[in-house]
Design a protein around this ligand. Structure first.
Ligand code: NAP
Length: 552
């Protein structure tokens, strides 16, 4: 093993010394910067992009839109920001969400704390000083007591290694790294690989412009209509009226889709279910479906009725029966891969310029300079779009070379899957926090509010440490093992593990199959109880190194 960053970097090579380094300036990172400053910490942010926004900076493909209603996909902690910002649509588009992130960063005066266009390459815990040394790809170094990884659960694009991809001479795009300037597909023959949430959104948009669109589909997805529309004054009023109840509900649980066992046996009659699904289909959005019946994601018979319902809708919409059949998901439950929310997705396949290629019947064999060959056909293309998703949840954390106590690396610690306590901390990595890390609700539900809760938990923890002169915090190994077992046990009570989803990491070759998000009830209550019980399961270090560091 080579010398660690902490050993290599002498004191005079430290460019910035501060209390907290926040990695990432998406919604989690921005709030972390604000909150750390508010509790009196000196704080620096590092962001790879030239601007704030995180995933909303990069995912600017046509049609990119959030699937959580905009009034809720906002910072819940700030009445001021709420008063000064008015969402225009039921579901906000990427541009509007990015503007909101910029507005929040400016309004809170956060930009001056952030070093943009800079990627954190590594971070090492220095046992002697009990501080982290953080190295960037620009060769600069920061020293800080705490590191908050606000790197996002969906930020490292996955580009599958399809034979010949490097030979393609046309334009290649990835939905998660879309260029800043608009792309003109008019008159072009475009191929797209991937039909997850990103594909489902971008396909109808490209289809409108391109001469020809060929969709290479490996697994059909369940998708429900968004029914996006402009928000009215009445919508805003009704949100304000329900605000207190909404904020209180966040305290209970953001997800809570694993019902008590007593409910799991109930199977509502098919016609009752069908009527409810029809109503939800007309209302639009995914939230209602996922909570339509308490055990919809638990009981296979309840779930199958919903799956049937969506398949019927696909058959009713798509005129060509063979295409409709290929678009109909089967063999895995409804809603346990992230449910897609679309605008005219299935209808797009009725267009004469759109063709679906079922890769289950004719897999891609190779990509050439100007074409894609499947097992049975040859498609000449001018442009290729990868809508192939992310190395989710752990990808961005493991992309940083992190080493903790005794030089142990996070990569090794997580070689068989991520291990955390509460999805916030990792044994052997003191004073390192993972916003929406694996083992927390993370990417399930409303990610902004999930981020907020973690930031607030960390702020309370750091305040506690300051008050009690504590130098370090890290989880006890046993507590971490028990938490991991609980996360897995809760997932196993549901249908989630029955689909090959990115929640389990199966989209990335070689990634251990581990269900990463926590989907139990009352996550916040559990975290609070642990704090109230004197930070049960955590170990605090009392040695030197707890002095505040003034920002340089
Ligand atoms: P995704 O859900 O992982 O979908 C990736 C797609 O690429 C899948 O259809 C996958 O097929 C396909 N694929 C991957 N490798 C392939 C290969 N080698 N050959 C052929 N097909 C391949 O990724 P995503 O659509 O970017 O969405 C990821 C997540 O981001 C979503 O689930 C959601 O949480 C978030 N997101 C949200 C929104 C929104 O708010 N509306 C929009 C976009 C993204 P398989 O299924 O067979 O693996």
């Amino acid at each position: 093993m080579g010398a660690s960053i902490a050993e290599r970097v002498s004191t005079n090579e430290i460019d910035v010394a501060c209390d907290v380094v926040v990695v990432g300036a998406g919604f989690g990172g921005l709030y972390a910067l604000h909150k750390m400053r508010e509790i009196g910490m000196s704080v620096r942010g590092i962001e790879a992009a030239p601007d704030v926004g995180g995933t909303w900076f990069w995912n600017r493909y046509p049609g990119a839109r959030c699937d959580v209603p905009s009034l809720f996909y906002s910072y819940s902690w700030s009445p001021e920001l709420r008063r000064e910002w008015r969402w225009t649509n039921r579901y906000a588009g990427q541009e509007e969400i990015l503007s909101y992130a910029r507005f929040a960063a400016d309004r809170l005066g956060l930009r001056k704390l952030i070093q943009f266009d800079t990627r954190v390459a590594g971070a090492t815990f220095d046992e002697t000083s009990k501080q982290w040394v953080v190295e960037t790809d620009r060769g600069s170094h920061l020293r800080a007591r705490f590191v908050i990884m606000a790197t996002g659960g969906l930020s490292v694009p996955n580009t599958p290694d399809i034979p010949g991809v490097a030979d393609f001479k046309g334009s290649i795009y990835h939905t998660a790294r879309w260029p800043q300037e608009p792309i003109d597909f008019a008159g072009k023959r475009v191929g797209i690989i991937g039909t997850g949430s990103s594909g489902v959104q971008v396909i109808p948009m490209i289809a409108k412009d391109a001469k020809q669109l060929v969709v290479f589909q490996r697994t059909p997805n369940f998708s429900v209509p968004a029914r996006n529309r402009p928000l009215t004054d009445a919508d805003h009023r009704s949100f304000e009226e329900g605000l207190e109840t909404y904020l209180a509900s966040l305290e209970q649980s953001d997800f809570g889709r694993v019902p008590p066992t007593a409910f799991t046996a109930d199977v509502p009659p098919r016609d009752v279910q069908w009527a409810r699904y029809e109503q939800l289909w007309q209302e639009g959005g995914s939230g209602g479906f996922l909570k339509a019946f308490p055990n919809i994601l638990v009981h296979p018979d309840v779930n199958e009725v919903c799956a049937d319902f969506v398949r019927q809708k696909i058959r009713e919409t798509v005129k060509d029966p063979k295409t409709a059949a290929a678009l109909s998901p089967s063999g895995y439950p409804f809603g346990v891969k992230r449910l897609c929310v679309d605008t005219d997705y299935f209808d797009t396949y009725n267009r004469p310029n759109v063709e679906l290629v079922n890769l289950r019947e004719e897999p891609i064999e190779k990509i050439m300079a100007d074409a894609v060959d499947t097992a049975s056909r040859h498609f000449e293309l001018d442009a290729l779009v990868f809508a192939t998703g992310f190395d989710a949840v752990t990808g961005a954390l493991l992309a940083v070379d992190i080493s903790g106590r005794n030089g142990a690396t996070l990569k090794d610690a997580w070689s068989e899957g991520p291990k955390t306590y509460l999805g916030l901390t990792v044994a052997g990595f003191p004073n390192l926090f993972t916003i929406t890390g694996p083992g927390s609700p993370s990417v399930i539900g409303n990610v902004i509010t999930n981020c907020e809760y973690h930031v607030e938990w960390i702020a309370e923890c750091l305040t506690h440490m300051r008050q009690h002169n504590l130098a370090t915090i890290e989880p006890d190994g046993e507590a971490q093992i028990a938490w991991g077992a609980h996360v897995a046990e809760v997932a196993d009570r549901t249908l989630f593990p029955k689909a090959n989803s990115w929640y389990l990491g199966v989209n990335i070759p070689g990634k251990p199959r581990v269900f990463m998000p926590y989907i139990g009830e009352g996550y916040r209550t559990t975290c609070k109880e642990i704090v109230a019980d004197d930070y049960r399961g955590f170990v605090f270090g009392k040695t030197a190194g707890h002095e505040r560091v003034a920002a340089e």
